[in-house]
Design a binder for this molecule. Structure first.
Ligand SMILES: [Zn+2]
Length: 412
């Protein structure tokens, strides 16, 4: 399998990545995994991606003031090379030579890049699994909750409940009966009128498509053991509709988007708004939407929510796989950490070199996104026109002697 994003120079931010369509993953459009992405009316996917980059970078700029995590405070702001550069790849500009925090929970920019790469990987694995005539199912699990309940406590209880669902003889029998070969469980958190709403999304890969009886057995097992564990931990009875839900996976995109969602309300890859959350539960906010509201309204209760979130989530694994999943699912590429994915260099042509004074002028004026947009619209001349207007030292062209800089970056 091809490497998703070529590993290379550390510290390169990279552009907002794009998810290959399902058809490009396989070169085949005949099976269920082929789904076609659509963009919001009147706007191309590329335009939406640029908007999303601006939104995420704006939230990150706000985190430079709000975050209590040192790496997040430095992400996309502090230099790791003497002179950062701007590179253009496929008409998209990005910076190289800046710190990346690699925090999937706290940084909207790094999160998008990490989840994008994971989504590609999951989508490819699901497509291969389907091509081999096997089955893939999605289980959603949540607990009854109310305003004021501790997010940390709920995650702790849910993690234990999940372990109980997957322990013992009954689960072994279910595994053997359905041919469960691998599972992957992702964490997701929203907040609404009833407080934090943490939920688990589990993908179940089976060696054969399940019969109706098999799906019923899967549902029954998780309903029984999840309910028992959750009630035992002091919660009410999980909702018969939302507590435990099992759905068949209908596309590779289904699998990828189900498991790997960004925490700002937008799907990775297709750059479509999270219609499921936004239309069905308009009062529910994802963590980065809470962050945006803090910036906009400055409510103390939102700051308290964000503080609780940033104290709870870092250190938790966003996706937990079953053992040997890479061998089982034929994922041959070396597994990369979140930090490696966030820092992966995507290459491109270097069009501008930014001196320390130039870069300091750009980020202190909050122009990091505007400079990238200028680079995409008109190259170095457009960048310098913008910088000149803001009385910021100009960027310089990439001179031959700068090759040694590129070499130094590449050697790290
Ligand atoms: Zn970051």
């Amino acid at each position: 399998m091809a490497t998703l994003i070529p590993a290379g120079t550390a510290g390169a931010e990279g552009p907002e990545p794009s998810l290959p369509s399902s058809s490009s993953l396989t070169g085949d459009t005949s099976s269920w995994y082929y789904t076609k992405s659509a963009s919001p009316a009147g706007q191309s996917v590329a335009d939406v991606a640029v908007d999303r980059r601006a939104w995420r970078q704006a939230r990150r700029r706000f985190l430079w003031r709000l975050s209590k995590t040192e790496r997040v405070l430095k992400c996309g702001r502090c230099r790791i090379s003497a002179d950062p550069v701007i590179r253009v790849q496929d008409d998209r500009a990005h910076y190289a030579g800046l710190v990346t925090c690699g925090s999937i929970w706290e940084c909207p920019v790094c999160e998008a890049k990490i989840r994008q790469a994971r989504a590609v990987e999951v989508g490819e694995a699901a497509a291969r699994w389907d091509q081999a005539g096997r089955g893939c199912y999605m289980i959603t699990l949540t607990v009854p909750h109310s305003a004021g309940m501790s997010l940390d406590r709920m995650w702790s209880d849910m993690t234990k409940a999940m372990q109980k669902c997957r322990a013992g003889k009954a689960y072994q029998q279910l595994k053997n009966r359905l041919g469960i070969a691998a599972t992957a469980t992702a964490k997701e958190t929203t907040h609404g009128p009833s407080g934090w709403h943490p939920h688990l999304h589990t993908l179940v890969f089976t060696t054969e498509p399940c019969s109706a009886e098999g799906i019923a057995a899967l549902t029954l097992h998780f309903s029984r053991y999840w309910t028992r564990a959750v009630v035992g931990a002091g919660y009410g009875l999980p909702s018969p509709v939302h507590g435990v839900r099992v759905d068949a996976c209908r596309s590779a995109d289904d699998a990828a988007q189900y498991l790997v969602k960004t925490q700002d309300g937008w799907n990775v890859g297709s750059e479509l708004a999270r219609g499921d959350l936004k239309s069905a539960q308009p009062e529910h906010r994802l963590p980065f939407e809470i962050l945006a509201d803090i910036e906009r309204y400055g409510l103390a209760e939102d700051v308290a929510l964000w503080r609780e979130y940033e104290a709870t989530m870092p250190g938790k694994r966003a996706i937990v796989w079953s053992r040997y999943y890479r061998e089982v699912l034929g994922m041959t590429a070396t597994e990369m950490t979140d930090e490696e994915l966030a820092a992966a260099e995507v290459g491109g042509e270097t069009i501008a070199v930014l001196s320390p004074d130039c870069w300091d002028g750009i980020w202190t004026a909050g122009l990091d996104t505007a400079v990238l947009e200028a680079a995409e619209a008109g190259g170095l001349d457009a960048i310098n026109l913008l910088l000149h207007r803001h009385h910021i030292p100009l960027a310089t062209p990439h001179e031959p002697q700068c090759d040694s800089f590129s070499s130094r970056l590449g050697a790290r």
